[in-house]
Write a protein that binds this ligand. Structure first.
Ligand code: ATP
Ligand code: MG
Length: 466
């Protein structure tokens, strides 16, 4: 692997290194920037580590006219802002446990940079770089980067038991870089994964969301399954759950792995976060809803709505944002809903999606179809042909959208004012309900969306809502 070219170090980082070193201290760039620069991408934020105490760094930087924020002085961390670029500067330290993945509960300052590197989680994250002194890599991080290996610094059992969140960090970096977890590190991940039960759920949620964001969740599902099951115990019943159905050739877990992979492929590797989460969770309701009929065939009646409820509970407990949870739960709820390649069926889908996630119906409809296609392609070979049907549905979807076909109340050719005029009376919720009733007729194809037709229909149907 080629080394780091010193011209890759941004000027603002050079400036901070110089200010600290002119003041008589030692300073290095560490962590993510060094890792990514060795991979040929020197765009990561710069973190600097130094033997200067934060008060000393602060004084030197202020004297040099640099803005400084005390962002974590309990842990020896300052943030300098040079030409608009924030740079974290942390004193060499070793530490107790981490409570938020970056800031440990207690720290002890040390005098050597190699001691500081020893407290870092993975070899690829435990390198330091200096434009004059070069790369400092006591744990073989550069070699592991070149070989595509995730390896803990030091004894992996010890490192993962000190801070169970590292278990998920290791998997996140494996997914982000597409790397393999080295055998001892993997064994320690499996052994220490149950400790995740004691980590705050929102920290687990943030790391899982980070894994999802890499687009390589399937890699973690295949290679580090125990870690994911420890992080989301509701997934565990899916493993080995036989479907006893001619539609399926995989158990629920393996089917899900295929769906996650297919979702990514069908989205060109840029699936949205909510779609990726939905692919993982779409069948989470299956084990709970399983029944066997007299012929011995398995069924999962109601699994999408049970799955939607479970997904909502899971995502909420992980403290993920509601803006992600709501549409994701809709995708789970809609993934198995029958849709036909007809105008009315597609409008109904849009209308129902809009009812649940107003304003999101169009992207959600396309995402529902990706999920349906991925789901079909992950069934028994003779049932994969449904994917072709999904293509037809998508063509119909594009057609109705290009024609601005109505699926929302605001698409109707009449408004609340017309309803009031027709029936008199005071404005109130009944007006909206009347318009909803009109929309239902239009979406089902029983009524044309013209002013005349709508007003005539209203005149005949009366106003039950007043
Ligand atoms: P990115 O921010 O791109 O995900 P990063 O390497 O900058 O990657 P951060 O979480 O920002 O990762 O942490 C910065 C550095 O701090 C890491 O490179 C690693 O050396 C160290 N580090 C962070 N969290 C831990 C932890 N829980 N245990 C040990 N070291 C950690
Ligand atoms: Mg970082």
């Amino acid at each position: 692997m080629p080394g780091i070219n010193k011209t890759a170090v941004p000027d603002y980082a050079l400036h901070v290194l110089e200010v600290l070193e002119r003041g008589g201290f030692e300073a290095w760039i560490v962590g993510g920037w060094v890792r990514d620069a060795l991979l040929g991408n020197a765009a990561h934020d710069v973190d600097i580590t130094s033997n200067a105490h934060w008060q000393e760094s602060e004084q030197l930087l202020l004297n040099a006219g640099v803005t400084v924020h005390r962002t974590g002085i309990e842990h020896g961390t300052l943030t300098a802002v040079v030409a608009g670029h924030p740079i974290e500067i942390t004193t060499y330290r070793v530490e107790g446990t981490y409570s938020d993945s970056r800031h440990p509960d207690s720290v002890e300052f040390v005098s050597s940079v190699t001691e500081d590197l020893a407290r870092r989680d993975l070899t690829i994250n435990a390198m330091a770089y200096h434009p004059v002194r070069g790369l400092l890599d006591p744990y073989g991080g550069a070699e592991d980067l070149a070989q595509g290996i995730i390896r803990a610094v030091g004894d992996p059992y010890k490192r993962f038991s000190e801070d169970a969140l590292r278990v998920l960090r290791a998997v996140r970096f494996a997914c982000r870089l597409g790397f393999t977890v080295e055998k001892n590190t993997h064994d320690a991940l499996v052994a220490c994964a149950p400790e995740l039960a004691h980590v705050a759920r929102e920290r687990v949620g943030a790391e899982l969301d980070g894994i999802i964001a890499t687009g390589r969740l399937a890699l973690a599902m295949r290679s580090e399954r125990e870690v994911l099951l420890a992080a989301i115990p509701d997934l565990a019943p899916m493993v080995g759950f036989e479907q006893r159905s001619p539609y399926h050739c995989y158990d629920v877990w393996d089917h899900t792995v295929h769906v996650v992979e297919a979702t990514e492929e069908l989205s060109g590797g840029v699936a949205s976060r909510r779609l990726r989460w939905a692919a993982l969770l779409h069948d989470v309701g299956k084990p709970k809803t399983f029944t066997v009929d007299d012929r011995g065939q398995g069924h999962f009646f109601g699994h999408p709505s049970t799955g939607a409820e479970m997904s909502e509970a899971i995502l909420r407990s992980l403290a993920l944002p509601l803006s992600l949870i709501r549409p994701c739960v809709d995708l789970v709820r809609f993934h198995d809903r029958p849709v036909k390649a007809t105008r009315h069926s597609v409008l109904r889908m849009l209308s129902d999606l809009d009812g649940r996630s107003p304003g999101e119906a169009v992207p959600l409809a396309f995402e529902t179809l990706v999920l349906k296609r991925a789901d079909a392609l992950s069934k028994a070979p003779e049932y994969r042909g449904y994917a072709v049907e999904v293509d037809k549905i998508e063509r119909m979807l594009r057609k109705v959208l290009s024609e601005n076909a109505p699926y929302r109340v605001q698409d109707l050719a009449i408004s609340g004012r017309d309803v009031l005029q027709q029936f008199g009376g005071r404005p109130g919720p009944w007006v909206g309900a009347t318009l909803d009733a009109c929309l239902r007729e239009v979406v089902h194809g029983r009524l044309e969306n013209t002013r005349e037709a709508l007003l005539t229909w209203l005149a005949y149907s009366g106003s039950p809502h007043r």
